[in-house]
Design a protein around this ligand. Structure first.
Ligand code: ARG
Length: 463
């Protein structure tokens, strides 16, 4: 049998493989709510514009609501031979309403329909990701407030560099997530133009009111060029770009959790809820959730790359290639949502191991910069010279296998005779972090102020 939606000029139906490669219903059925919402707005507008009589509008509206109810109840029979969600809905509508259902597709095409559906889905999903990222920021800022003064090593090149606080490290991710959320919101603002009514590619001769459908669907305005309306997938690409950057942030944090929970580091403890045991090694507590968050960046960045390559070189306007936008976009944004939820749970539960962190913070001559700064401040040495003096002292301490604070004053003075015993005050890790009071620095007071600023912003809903 030829396709009953477009089969007029076809004598026979598609080959089995044609049907398989062509069908998208397996994955676009999730657009059913958006599709019906779009159709309800479209038919209402056809009525007010005088394109359809009220009787048809009422019948179609009631029919669409029945279809929606069937889909929600799980009783709707999706059929692959009907290709996609648009034709599945319309076909069932025809069964319910009769021939009047055929008038719904006046002044539109599946091309503007699918663009509208996808935009609605991406828009909702971006809103959800924004809220989830805010919840993660909240968990991080709360943890930071509690550990504003908990010292830990700060790293560059993964070598101990200078002591920082655990709270400061958490707040770094709050900043990253703040930018991620900005990108979600930017993407949302730019996508918020309605393609419906662009029809197949050229617009329509019917006296439709695209401003009315745009407003009914919560868009700021209709799109201004019909070719662009049906050919544009920037909104999915932007959402995937923003999602990719966010996934990369989460992946970096996940990597830190994996390293920090190892027996060799022992910096933090994850809860039982976010670790798994080994079936053979009873001592193990594996950070599987963190590992999977780290890994899922792969499929999210992969979806972005995949869609960029699908779109590259496509001539205007719509091509069936664009049907390939869906699986990757659905999968990637859903994966990011899962990662955000898992990260939030891990952060709420995790506990830093303060003693281990403090010990590690003091090792590796992490306060060498404080010593150099002291020489500059107190003895007025040029920083470069102070750097050399400090280097000699680190060498002396390392030859003895001790920390800088264990060198005697005589040993200090051998490197620079004007050093006094006041120097010991800056060598402790606590002193080091307390001194970093420059704006954005790791001093506990700064960290507390930043955490409080974010928490106020997040609870005010402006975050
Ligand atoms: N399932 C299609 C898609 O996702 C809908 C649009 C089909 N348009 C067409 N002219 N065949 O892109």
């Amino acid at each position: 049998m030829s396709n009953r939606m477009w089969g007029g000029r076809f004598a026979s139906g598609p080959a089995e493989i044609m049907e398989e490669i062509n069908a998208s219903i397996g994955f676009d059925k999730r657009l059913a709510p958006q599709d019906i919402r779009g159709s309800l707005a479209h038919v209402a507008m056809l009525g007010t514009s005088g394109v359809l009589p009220a009787a048809d509008v009422d019948a179609i509206t009631a029919g669409l609501k029945s279809v929606q109810a069937e889909i929600e109840a799980g009783t709707f029979a999706f059929r692959r031979e009907l290709e996609d969600i648009h034709m599945n809905v319309e076909s069932r509508l025809t069964e319910i309403v009769g021939p009047a259902a055929g008038r719904l597709h006046t002044a539109r095409s599946r091309n503007d329909q699918v663009a509208t559906d996808m935009k609605l889905w991406v828009r909702d999903t971006l809103d959800g990701l924004d809220a989830q990222a805010a919840a993660l920021q909240q968990a991080l800022a709360e943890k930071a407030l509690r550990h504003a003064g908990t010292v830990m090593p700060g790293f560059t090149h993964l070598q101990s560099a200078q002591p920082v606080t655990f709270g400061h490290h958490m707040m770094a991710y709050v900043e990253m997530l703040g930018r991620d959320r900005g990108r979600f919101r930017d993407a949302r603002a730019r996508l918020n133009e309605c393609p419906l009514g662009a029809a197949a590619l050229a617009g329509t001769g019917f006296p439709i009111d695209r401003h009315a459908t745009a407003a009914a669907l919560g868009f700021d305005r209709p799109t201004a060029n019909s070719l662009d309306s049906v050919a544009d997938r920037d909104f999915a690409l932007e959402a995937l770009s923003a999602a990719s950057i966010c996934a990369v942030h989460l992946s970096r944090f996940a990597e830190e959790l994996v390293v920090w929970t190892s027996a060799q580091f022992g910096f933090v403890r994850l809860s039982d809820g976010y670790t798994t045991g080994s079936s053979i090694m009873p001592q193990k507590r594996n950070p599987d959730a963190a590992e999977l968050v780290r890994a899922k960046a792969g499929r999210i960045v992969g979806a972005l790359t995949g869609l960029l390559i699908v779109m590259k070189g496509l001539p205007l306007a719509y091509s069936k290639d664009m049907q390939e936008d869906k699986e990757g976009t659905f999968d990637a944004l859903q994966a990011l949502s899962l990662c955000l939820a898992a990260m939030t749970g891990m952060v709420r539960d995790l506990e830093p191991v303060a003693e281990t962190l403090a010990k590690a913070a003091g090792s590796g001559y992490a306060t060498a910069t404080d010593l150099a700064d002291w020489l500059v401040r107190e003895l007025n040495l040029p920083f470069r010279e102070a750097h050399h003096v400090t280097g000699r002292l680190v060498g002396a301490a390392s030859a003895k296998g001790v920390g800088l604070e264990a060198l005697s004053l005589e040993e200090m003075q051998a490197a620079e005779p004007r050093i006094t015993d006041a120097v010991y005050a800056v060598l402790g890790v606590e002193n080091s972090v307390a001194s970093r009071i420059s704006y954005g620095g790791t001093a506990p007071g700064n960290v507390r102020a930043q955490a409080e600023r974010w928490l106020a912003q997040l609870s005010g809903g402006e975050g």
